[in-house]
Design a protein around this ligand. Structure first.
Ligand code: SAM
Length: 328
């Protein structure tokens, strides 16, 4: 594994060019599959990377050929003055893609400032279109807040907006078609994500998982689907389809049934400053310890190379994932 020109190539010949940044482990929702009702052991404020530290990491990453960044969490819009981080990132030369994954609760109010600052793309998580069910899944969230946020994002002309739907048997499988039909009139990608079993103290995951092929089959029963080639930008791991005649597209992310490890090109930065090699397995490098010790450029480069070196060829499919720290 080496830096080739300005690129990190790992030992399995994957070029690492994306960084997913969890800006906080806090969230304004308590989704049943993500967080326990009782709350979590969260990092203390002093252990969370400051905006200046995040920007320092991004600046260095750009020098190593990592040009695509996604802010996640926890809930990124829940971190105080998140717009300041975006302003600062907006000044970093060389960023080619700056995106955010959000639960959308605060989006209606934030959308305009995100657009003005120059955020390129938004992924909005939404697991039910039924207000009562949404409230149950999120333990208290209001569906209308998210729907209003989505409409505002579309009105402002954000491109490549995605709606992330975690597919869960017996919870939202009766809504797949309704979700898919959001694409008929809207320029959106509705993305179905295979449910990953997490910790035991979350939602009882037994039997909740639905493989991608089954999701496609459910939607395809009453809709004509055409398979599409992957797009140039933000293709990530999704297989794309379109309902014939629809404005938007459908994406299917098969992290469980068909892992996409061989083309995985990302590292993850946790809110407390660990550079993680993989969502599910592999190791991490304590970048915060380095950052807070007045590092030379070579030390930062070395940290990225070590993290890339820890990337497994493939994940085991299991693992003790703490989504709020690592960022989904
Ligand atoms: N708060 C933001 C949000 O809700 O989008 C960002 C953080 S959230 C952890 C990121 C993504 O991870 C969401 O789309 C969420 O649905 C997904 N996620 C969380 N737990 C998951 C699981 N067990 N299986 C699949 N996706 C999961």
């Amino acid at each position: 594994m080496k830096v080739q020109g300005m690129n990190i190539i790992d030992k399995y010949f994957r070029r690492i060019n994306r960084l997913r940044i969890s800006v906080t482990d806090l969230c304004n929702l308590r989704c049943v599959y993500c967080r326990p009702e009782s709350g979590l052991d969260l990092a203390r404020h002093k252990d969370i990377l400051t905006y200046e530290e995040i920007v320092a990491v991004v600046r260095h990453a750009v020098k190593l050929g990592i040009k695509s960044f996604r802010l996640t969490g926890g809930e990124p819009l829940f971190r105080k003055n998140i717009e300041n981080l975006l302003w600062m990132l907006g000044k970093v030369q060389g960023i080619e893609d700056l995106a955010m994954t959000t639960n959308g609760i605060y989006l209606k109010n934030y959308a305009r400032v995100l657009k003005e600052i120059g955020l390129f793309r938004l992924n909005i998580s939404l697991d039910s279109l039924d207000a009562a069910k949404f409230e149950e899944i999120t333990r208290g969230g209001k569906l209308k807040d998210v729907l209003d946020g989505i409409e505002e994002v579309l009105r402002l002309g954000f491109k490549n907006t995605k709606i992330n739907v975690v597919a869960m048997k017996g919870i939202n499988d009766d809504e797949f078609e309704e979700f898919a039909k959001l694409t008929l009139e809207r320029n959106l990608e509705v993305r179905f994500i295979e449910f990953m079993a997490m910790n035991k103290d979350r939602l009882d995951s037994e039997g909740k998982y639905i493989p991608m092929a089954e999701i496609i089959d459910i939607i395809g029963r009453r809709n004509e689907l055409t398979s599409l080639p992957p797009p140039m930008l933000g293709s990530g791991a999704a297989k794309l389809y379109k309902i014939n005649g629809a404005r938007g597209v459908l994406g299917f992310v098969s992290a469980v049934s068909q892992p996409f490890c061989t083309s995985c090109n990302r590292l993850r930065l946790t809110s407390d400053g660990k550079l993680r090699s993989c969502l599910l397995s592999g190791g991490e490098v304590d970048l915060k310890a380095i950052l807070r010790n007045d590092p030379a450029e070579e030390q930062l480069t070395d940290a990225f190379l070590r993290a890339a070196n820890l990337k497994p060829s493939a994940h085991s499919g299991k693992g003790h994932v703490v989504m709020h720290e690592v960022g989904g």
